[in-house]
Design a protein around this ligand. Structure first.
Ligand code: ZN
Ligand code: MN
Length: 257
């Protein structure tokens, strides 16, 4: 028996057996999106995959292949679509892909799912994909399918944020490619981080509304929205510990483990 939490590394009989034993399927939702000049395009893939891997180990679950593309990047949360390399899906495409993936796995016996989102803009298309899958499965007479859906960054202790941001946490939206993501990447993939390229311009400020198309000067040229200066692997470890601990607890509670 292969000892892996990754679905892609299992044979089909191994996958079938684990699912029959009620293993939870963890599905990381990523994106291929610019993260400033100092981080790679796959930050939103690496981070939710790492969280899923650890929570799956703690709960006897399986990590399905990460969704590598996400819903369109928005100026106020990801810098927007104009950055070369930011490669996105229409909302409908993403929703239908998720619908198909969940439906197929459920058709083959999976009953418990946890969608862990790593890209802000994926939230509602993921809700839609999940809803369509559950509706289709009900109509096919497949019942008993339950799913959790969450953003990993919501699972953090206030005391941890106080330690990282002594002057007050500015909020997750502007954290794109900033202190939190950079610190997590320094922990998980330091080989992909170039601290010498961290922008020195401080926090972006946006009005409380969107403008389509984004007018000149609306976008940060660097693609970084807050401030990545001061990023450290140790901060990444504090965050990852909270994410894994608190998500594991929530999963155990919801699925009665
Ligand atoms: Zn990101
Ligand atoms: Mn993102």
């Amino acid at each position: 028996m292969v000892d892996s939490v990754f679905m892609a590394e299992l044979s089909w009989p191994e996958w079938q057996q684990r699912v029959a034993d009620s293993a939870i399927i963890f599905l990381p939702l990523g994106a291929t999106e610019q993260h400033g000049p100092h981080l790679p395009l796959n930050v939103d893939v690496i981070l939710p995959t790492a969280v899923c891997e650890r929570v799956a180990r703690a709960t006897g679950g399986i990590v399905a292949p990460t969704i590598q593309y996400g819903y369109k990047s928005m100026p106020r949360s990801g810098g927007g679509q104009s950055f070369p390399g930011t490669t996105s899906l229409d909302a409908n495409t993403l929703s239908l892909a998720l619908r198909d993936i969940i439906r197929d796995m459920a058709t083959h016996g999976a009953r418990r799912f946890v969608l862990i989102n790593g890209h802000f803009e994926n939230s509602w298309p993921a809700v839609e994909g999940l809803d369509l899958a559950l509706r289709e499965l009900r109509r096919d007479g497949i019942t008993g399918v339950t799913a959790m859906r969450l953003e990993y960054w919501d699972f953090v202790r206030p005391a941890t944020l106080d330690r990282i941001f002594p002057d007050g946490f500015p909020g997750t939206e502007l954290e794109h490619a900033s202190l939190i993501e950079t610190s997590l990447m320094l922990l998980l993939r330091p080989d992909l981080v170039d601290l010498s390229k961290v922008p020195q311009e401080g926090r972006a400020s946006f009005p409380t509304y969107d403008i389509h198309p984004a007018p000149p000067g609306y976008l940060r040229a660097s693609g970084v929205l807050a401030d990545a200066r001061g990023s450290r692997a140790e901060i990444g470890q504090w965050l990852l510990d909270d994410h894994v601990e608190l998500i594991t607890a929530a999963v155990k509670k919801e699925f009665g483990l």
